[in-house]
Every structure is written in C-alpha cells, then in structure tokens.
Design a binder for this molecule. Sequence first.
Ligand code: FAD
Length: 287
Amino acid sequence: MKITDRIKRDRPGLSFEVFPPKTGDTLKNVMATALEIAENKPTYMSVTYGAGGGTSEFTAEIGSALLKAGVTPLSHLTCVSSDRERVRSELDKLRARGIENVLALRGDVPQGFDRGKMVYRNAYELVREIKEYGGFCIGGACYPETHPESENSERDIEYLKIKVESGCEFLTTQMFFDNNILYNFLYRLLKKGVDVPVVAGIMPVTNASQIKRIMSISGSALPQRFVRIVDRFGSDPEAMKQAGIAYATEQIIDLYANGVNAVHVYSMNKPDVARAIKQNLSEILKA
Ligand code: FAD
C-alpha cells in the first residue's frame, strides 16, 4: 500500500524507523529487531539506506520481511554516489519485492568528494528519476530548522517546493525537540504552497551520548527544558531512557493535539523504546 493512502490527516498515526546492518553477519539480528518493532502495528516502517549504497541489499530484504509481516515498508534510497543505472537497478530490486514506497534522498556528501562528478546533485533529481520509472509513492526529507548546508530558510523551502513539484508526494522532517519550530515551519510551507502531507520526525533520546551526534548531523536546537533533563539524568542510563521516552511521548501528544497526525519515531533499532512509546499512546491512537 502507498504511504499516502496509509497516512490519515484526521487520525493519529505512528510509524517507526530501522537501519540496516553494515555487514551480512548481523542481518539476522537486525531483521529480528525490525520484526519485533513491527509487532506494534505501525502505520508504516522505514528502512534507511547507507549513503554509499553498500547496504542496499539489506534495505530491500528488511523491507520485504516487513511486508510479509503485514507492515507497509518505506525504503530509503540515496543518490550521492549513484548513477542512473544504479538507481534503476535499486528500483528493480524494490519492485521485485513488492515494495511501493521510496524516500528519495541526496545523502550526505562525503568530505573531499568531487561534487562535479555527481550524476544527481540534489534529491529532486532522484525524485524525477523515480517518477519517470513509475509505480512508486515517493517521499522526501525536509528540515524544520533548515538544512545545515542551506543559504537560508527561504531558499530551503523554495528548493523543497521544486522537490514536491518533481513528484515528491509526502515529506518527513528531520528530528526536532521544540514543537513550535515545526508549527512555524508548517505555516511557512503552506504560505509557499507546499501542501503535501508532512510526517513529523521524533527522536527519543535515551542516552546522553546520542546528543553530540544529533547536534552534529541535524543542528537541531535543544530547548532548555530538554537540556535540563539530560543534565539531571544523563549519567543514569535507565533514568535517562525513561525521561527520553517521556519527553518524546509528550512531544507526540502535543503534535496530535495540534492536528499533526502523522508522526515518525526514529526508533534506532530499539524495540523496547518503540514498544514503550506505542504503549504510552495506546488510547490516543484509538481516538
Ligand atoms: P536535498 O533535498 O538535495 O537538499 C540538500 C541541500 O541542497 C539543502 O541545503 C537544499 O536547500 C539544497 N538544495 C535542494 N535542492 C536544490 C536545488 N535545486 N538547487 C540548489 N540547492 C538545492 N541519509 C542517508 O544517507 N541515508 C538515509 O537513509 C537517510 N534518511 C534520512 C531520512 C530523513 C527523514 C532525513 C531528514 C534525512 C535522511 N538522511 C539520510 C540524511 C540526508 O541524506 C541528508 O540530510 C542530506 O544532507 C540531504 O538530503 P536531502 O534529500 O534532504 O537533500
């Protein structure tokens, strides 16, 4: 089923993310993890893609297993080091497995990489390629706090509009920790005429060491309330986990209360975190 048919604008929904292993010897474990998360019956589950494409086989295999388990898969695909032939063979692979949804991404450009050699410089070009191939529901990424490489937030949204006009049917946000940033972003999107469904990406921070990494990849602002939680509980793993799940749950409830019904949890291959969040929202998700 297509993600755009799974997302309901008027009903709360919850989806989860898994990432594939780097090597085949741990595929069995990651597969078991993905299937355990799938037991929460999410709206859909996304499977990430290594920017260089080295784990693409695993992305497709995990997606296929999710489909067999009755969960709609969303396979990520990046273009940073791909050419047309490679993209087409990845799409063949997904189609052969019955996967209908692709999140089209540029991927992070490795340091020192010659951008002149890139066949696809931005995600909208990959979106066009997938659209031309046909048969997929295509999603893309967006950044409530502006993509770190962007000249400014206006430009970022103008480029996002091109991505949507190229065939991107829904967007998933980078993680954010202050919902007001998202509400402001959604308002600016609508003002610019970007009106495809936006899925809000929520990251439950369950250990203090995640923070540095989050800051370096996303540049997300950390609200004082969140910083105080990490300061107070960061050195106690179990307490931090509980507090991180509670913070994410609160963020999600506020999103639903404000009409943002599509929420994607960056569950980071942690079935216990996915389960806890699902349980915290059990009655709300029935509403
Ligand atoms: P783009 O849409 O191409 O944007 C990148 C930059 O280029 C932005 O600054 C934008 O403003 C600018 N830009 C866009 N269009 C144009 C244009 N027409 N002209 C000039 N400039 C333009 N990475 C992975 O490797 N694997 C994954 O599985 C993965 N999953 C992700 C899932 C989500 C929800 C998100 C938010 C990110 C994910 N990433 C993943 C990271 C992503 O690849 C990086 O953030 C990357 O730097 C940008 O990807 P993009 O698709 O947003 O790129």
